[in-house]
Design a protein around this ligand. Structure first.
Ligand code: HEC
Length: 223
Protein backbone atom coordinates (compact mmCIF):
# COMPACT_ATOMS: atom_id res chain seq x y z
CA UNK A 1 0.00 0.00 0.00
CA UNK A 2 1.00 3.58 -0.23
CA UNK A 3 2.22 3.97 3.32
CA UNK A 4 3.46 7.45 2.70
CA UNK A 5 0.10 9.07 2.63
CA UNK A 6 -1.46 7.00 5.37
CA UNK A 7 1.38 7.72 7.71
CA UNK A 8 1.46 11.38 6.88
CA UNK A 9 -2.12 11.66 7.99
CA UNK A 10 -0.98 9.91 11.12
CA UNK A 11 1.12 12.67 12.35
CA UNK A 12 -1.78 14.97 12.25
CA UNK A 13 -3.07 14.73 15.72
CA UNK A 14 -4.56 18.13 15.79
CA UNK A 15 -7.88 17.08 14.53
CA UNK A 16 -10.94 19.21 14.34
CA UNK A 17 -14.24 17.56 14.04
CA UNK A 18 -16.83 19.32 12.03
CA UNK A 19 -19.76 17.08 12.12
CA UNK A 20 -22.24 18.12 9.58
CA UNK A 21 -25.94 17.99 9.96
CA UNK A 22 -27.29 14.82 8.55
CA UNK A 23 -31.00 14.46 8.22
CA UNK A 24 -32.18 11.23 9.75
CA UNK A 25 -35.74 11.13 8.65
CA UNK A 26 -38.32 9.50 10.86
CA UNK A 27 -38.67 6.47 8.65
CA UNK A 28 -35.08 5.48 9.05
CA UNK A 29 -35.85 4.46 12.62
CA UNK A 30 -38.05 1.67 11.36
CA UNK A 31 -35.48 -0.09 9.22
CA UNK A 32 -34.00 -2.56 11.63
CA UNK A 33 -31.22 -4.80 10.45
CA UNK A 34 -32.23 -8.41 10.55
CA UNK A 35 -29.63 -10.65 12.08
CA UNK A 36 -27.64 -12.71 9.65
CA UNK A 37 -28.03 -16.47 9.59
CA UNK A 38 -25.27 -18.40 11.31
CA UNK A 39 -22.48 -19.90 9.24
CA UNK A 40 -20.00 -18.50 6.78
CA UNK A 41 -22.18 -15.69 5.47
CA UNK A 42 -19.95 -13.06 3.92
CA UNK A 43 -20.62 -9.94 5.98
CA UNK A 44 -22.48 -7.22 4.14
CA UNK A 45 -22.89 -6.57 0.44
CA UNK A 46 -19.33 -5.64 -0.35
CA UNK A 47 -17.49 -8.81 0.57
CA UNK A 48 -16.92 -11.76 -1.75
CA UNK A 49 -17.03 -15.36 -0.59
CA UNK A 50 -13.25 -15.46 -0.41
CA UNK A 51 -13.19 -12.43 1.91
CA UNK A 52 -12.24 -9.84 -0.71
CA UNK A 53 -13.57 -6.45 0.38
CA UNK A 54 -14.84 -4.12 -2.35
CA UNK A 55 -15.13 -0.34 -2.18
CA UNK A 56 -18.86 0.50 -2.15
CA UNK A 57 -20.09 2.89 -4.81
CA UNK A 58 -22.85 5.44 -4.32
CA UNK A 59 -22.23 5.97 -0.60
CA UNK A 60 -22.23 9.76 -1.10
CA UNK A 61 -25.77 9.67 -2.47
CA UNK A 62 -27.39 6.98 -0.40
CA UNK A 63 -25.55 6.48 2.87
CA UNK A 64 -25.62 8.36 6.15
CA UNK A 65 -22.85 10.87 6.69
CA UNK A 66 -21.44 10.11 10.14
CA UNK A 67 -19.07 13.03 10.34
CA UNK A 68 -16.09 14.92 8.98
CA UNK A 69 -12.54 15.27 10.17
CA UNK A 70 -10.32 18.10 9.09
CA UNK A 71 -6.68 17.22 9.56
CA UNK A 72 -4.26 20.12 9.47
CA UNK A 73 -1.13 19.89 7.43
CA UNK A 74 2.14 19.68 9.32
CA UNK A 75 3.57 22.52 7.27
CA UNK A 76 1.66 25.16 5.36
CA UNK A 77 -0.37 22.87 3.15
CA UNK A 78 -4.11 22.91 3.25
CA UNK A 79 -4.48 19.54 5.02
CA UNK A 80 -7.03 16.89 4.24
CA UNK A 81 -10.73 16.29 4.76
CA UNK A 82 -12.04 12.92 5.85
CA UNK A 83 -15.73 12.17 5.42
CA UNK A 84 -17.14 9.06 7.02
CA UNK A 85 -20.27 7.23 5.88
CA UNK A 86 -22.27 4.15 6.93
CA UNK A 87 -25.45 2.61 5.64
CA UNK A 88 -28.58 4.04 7.31
CA UNK A 89 -29.65 0.58 8.54
CA UNK A 90 -26.36 0.11 10.35
CA UNK A 91 -26.65 3.56 11.93
CA UNK A 92 -30.15 2.76 13.20
CA UNK A 93 -28.92 -0.56 14.58
CA UNK A 94 -26.04 1.19 16.34
CA UNK A 95 -28.35 3.79 17.84
CA UNK A 96 -30.59 1.04 19.19
CA UNK A 97 -27.95 -1.34 20.51
CA UNK A 98 -24.67 0.58 20.75
CA UNK A 99 -23.09 -2.10 18.58
CA UNK A 100 -22.32 -2.41 14.89
CA UNK A 101 -24.30 -5.27 13.31
CA UNK A 102 -22.69 -8.02 11.26
CA UNK A 103 -21.95 -6.61 7.80
CA UNK A 104 -22.01 -2.94 8.84
CA UNK A 105 -19.76 -1.17 6.33
CA UNK A 106 -18.02 2.11 7.09
CA UNK A 107 -16.31 4.16 4.39
CA UNK A 108 -13.83 6.95 5.07
CA UNK A 109 -13.22 9.11 2.01
CA UNK A 110 -10.02 11.14 2.12
CA UNK A 111 -9.79 14.29 0.02
CA UNK A 112 -7.30 17.02 -0.43
CA UNK A 113 -8.50 20.20 1.18
CA UNK A 114 -8.69 23.44 -0.72
CA UNK A 115 -8.56 26.62 1.29
CA UNK A 116 -9.17 30.32 0.90
CA UNK A 117 -10.69 33.40 2.42
CA UNK A 118 -14.42 33.60 1.99
CA UNK A 119 -17.16 35.77 3.42
CA UNK A 120 -17.48 33.27 6.28
CA UNK A 121 -13.79 33.37 7.19
CA UNK A 122 -10.81 31.18 6.38
CA UNK A 123 -12.59 28.29 4.73
CA UNK A 124 -11.54 24.77 3.77
CA UNK A 125 -13.48 22.70 1.29
CA UNK A 126 -13.36 19.41 -0.60
CA UNK A 127 -10.66 18.92 -3.19
CA UNK A 128 -9.91 15.77 -5.11
CA UNK A 129 -10.26 12.29 -3.66
CA UNK A 130 -7.01 10.63 -2.69
CA UNK A 131 -8.05 7.36 -1.12
CA UNK A 132 -10.71 5.47 0.79
CA UNK A 133 -10.56 3.37 3.93
CA UNK A 134 -13.23 0.73 4.49
CA UNK A 135 -14.14 -1.34 7.54
CA UNK A 136 -16.69 -4.16 7.52
CA UNK A 137 -18.07 -5.52 10.78
CA UNK A 138 -17.66 -9.27 11.12
CA UNK A 139 -19.27 -10.45 14.33
CA UNK A 140 -19.10 -14.06 13.11
CA UNK A 141 -15.34 -14.06 12.54
CA UNK A 142 -15.96 -15.47 9.09
CA UNK A 143 -12.42 -15.36 7.72
CA UNK A 144 -10.07 -16.62 10.44
CA UNK A 145 -6.42 -16.21 9.56
CA UNK A 146 -7.05 -13.84 6.65
CA UNK A 147 -4.65 -10.87 6.81
CA UNK A 148 -7.41 -8.36 6.04
CA UNK A 149 -9.74 -9.68 8.72
CA UNK A 150 -9.39 -9.49 12.47
CA UNK A 151 -10.49 -7.80 15.73
CA UNK A 152 -14.07 -8.26 14.52
CA UNK A 153 -13.60 -6.25 11.32
CA UNK A 154 -12.49 -6.49 7.70
CA UNK A 155 -10.02 -3.77 6.69
CA UNK A 156 -9.60 -2.25 3.21
CA UNK A 157 -7.68 0.58 1.56
CA UNK A 158 -8.27 1.83 -1.99
CA UNK A 159 -6.31 4.37 -3.99
CA UNK A 160 -7.83 6.74 -6.53
CA UNK A 161 -5.46 5.11 -9.03
CA UNK A 162 -7.21 1.73 -8.75
CA UNK A 163 -10.38 1.88 -6.65
CA UNK A 164 -11.15 -1.77 -7.39
CA UNK A 165 -8.15 -3.16 -5.56
CA UNK A 166 -7.74 -3.46 -1.81
CA UNK A 167 -4.11 -2.41 -1.40
CA UNK A 168 -4.01 -3.12 2.30
CA UNK A 169 -2.17 -6.38 2.66
CA UNK A 170 -2.24 -6.91 6.41
CA UNK A 171 -4.40 -4.95 8.83
CA UNK A 172 -1.97 -5.64 11.64
CA UNK A 173 0.68 -3.68 9.75
CA UNK A 174 -1.42 -1.14 7.84
CA UNK A 175 -4.22 -0.25 10.24
CA UNK A 176 -4.36 -1.55 13.77
CA UNK A 177 -1.55 0.53 15.28
CA UNK A 178 -3.37 3.75 14.52
CA UNK A 179 -6.74 2.39 15.63
CA UNK A 180 -5.58 1.19 19.03
CA UNK A 181 -6.69 4.45 20.74
CA UNK A 182 -10.22 3.54 19.63
CA UNK A 183 -10.11 -0.08 20.83
CA UNK A 184 -12.56 0.66 23.66
CA UNK A 185 -15.14 1.82 21.10
CA UNK A 186 -14.75 -1.27 18.89
CA UNK A 187 -11.84 0.27 16.95
CA UNK A 188 -14.02 3.11 15.58
CA UNK A 189 -13.42 6.78 16.48
CA UNK A 190 -17.01 7.06 17.63
CA UNK A 191 -16.56 10.36 19.46
CA UNK A 192 -16.36 12.06 16.05
CA UNK A 193 -19.83 10.85 15.09
CA UNK A 194 -22.45 12.40 17.44
CA UNK A 195 -25.17 11.26 15.06
CA UNK A 196 -24.68 7.81 16.55
CA UNK A 197 -26.26 8.91 19.82
CA UNK A 198 -28.30 11.96 18.89
CA UNK A 199 -31.64 10.54 19.86
CA UNK A 200 -33.94 13.32 18.71
CA UNK A 201 -34.96 14.11 15.18
CA UNK A 202 -34.30 17.20 13.11
CA UNK A 203 -37.24 19.22 14.41
CA UNK A 204 -36.56 18.44 18.03
CA UNK A 205 -33.79 19.64 20.25
CA UNK A 206 -30.46 17.94 20.50
CA UNK A 207 -29.78 18.02 24.23
CA UNK A 208 -26.19 18.65 25.14
CA UNK A 209 -26.12 15.35 27.06
CA UNK A 210 -25.85 13.78 23.63
CA UNK A 211 -22.27 14.95 23.56
CA UNK A 212 -20.23 13.33 26.27
CA UNK A 213 -17.39 15.79 26.01
CA UNK A 214 -15.05 12.84 26.23
CA UNK A 215 -12.91 13.58 23.23
CA UNK A 216 -9.56 11.90 23.52
CA UNK A 217 -6.66 13.35 21.64
CA UNK A 218 -4.48 10.70 20.06
CA UNK A 219 -0.84 10.80 20.84
CA UNK A 220 1.06 11.68 17.68
CA UNK A 221 2.91 8.77 16.14
CA UNK A 222 6.64 9.06 16.28
CA UNK A 223 7.12 7.89 12.69
C1 HEC B 1 -2.10 7.11 10.45
C2 HEC B 1 -2.95 6.43 11.38
C3 HEC B 1 -4.01 5.56 10.73
C4 HEC B 1 -3.82 4.50 9.89
C5 HEC B 1 -2.51 3.95 9.32
C6 HEC B 1 -5.15 3.97 9.63
N1 HEC B 1 -6.10 4.70 10.28
FE1 HEC B 1 -8.11 4.56 10.04
N2 HEC B 1 -8.38 6.25 11.12
C7 HEC B 1 -7.38 6.89 11.83
C8 HEC B 1 -7.96 8.02 12.55
C9 HEC B 1 -7.20 8.94 13.50
C10 HEC B 1 -9.32 8.04 12.21
C11 HEC B 1 -10.36 9.08 12.61
C12 HEC B 1 -9.84 10.51 12.45
C13 HEC B 1 -9.33 10.88 11.09
O1 HEC B 1 -9.77 10.34 10.06
O2 HEC B 1 -8.47 11.76 11.02
C14 HEC B 1 -9.55 6.89 11.33
C15 HEC B 1 -10.78 6.56 10.82
C16 HEC B 1 -11.02 5.44 10.05
C17 HEC B 1 -12.31 5.05 9.55
C18 HEC B 1 -13.62 5.74 9.85
C19 HEC B 1 -14.24 5.07 11.08
C20 HEC B 1 -13.49 5.35 12.36
O3 HEC B 1 -12.75 4.46 12.83
O4 HEC B 1 -13.61 6.45 12.90
C21 HEC B 1 -12.12 3.90 8.83
C22 HEC B 1 -13.19 3.12 8.10
C23 HEC B 1 -10.73 3.58 8.89
N3 HEC B 1 -10.07 4.54 9.62
C24 HEC B 1 -10.16 2.45 8.34
C25 HEC B 1 -8.79 2.19 8.32
C26 HEC B 1 -8.20 1.05 7.64
C27 HEC B 1 -8.97 -0.02 6.93
C28 HEC B 1 -6.84 1.17 7.78
C29 HEC B 1 -5.77 0.29 7.21
C30 HEC B 1 -5.83 -0.01 5.79
C31 HEC B 1 -6.61 2.39 8.55
N4 HEC B 1 -7.82 2.95 8.87
C32 HEC B 1 -5.37 2.88 8.83
C33 HEC B 1 -6.06 6.59 11.83
C34 HEC B 1 -5.45 5.67 10.98
Amino acid sequence: MNRTFAISSAAAFSVLTAVLYVGMQNGAGQQLVSSQPRGATPPGKYVDKDGTIRLPEGYRLKWTHLGSWYVEDKKDGSGSLHDVYAEPEAVVAFRNTGKWPHGATIVKEVRESRKGKMSTGNAHWDGQIIQWFVMVKNTEHTFPGSPNWGRGWGWGLYSINDPKKNISTDFKIDCIGCHTPAEHTDWIYTHGYPILNEKEGPFKKYPKENYNGNEPVDKPLTE
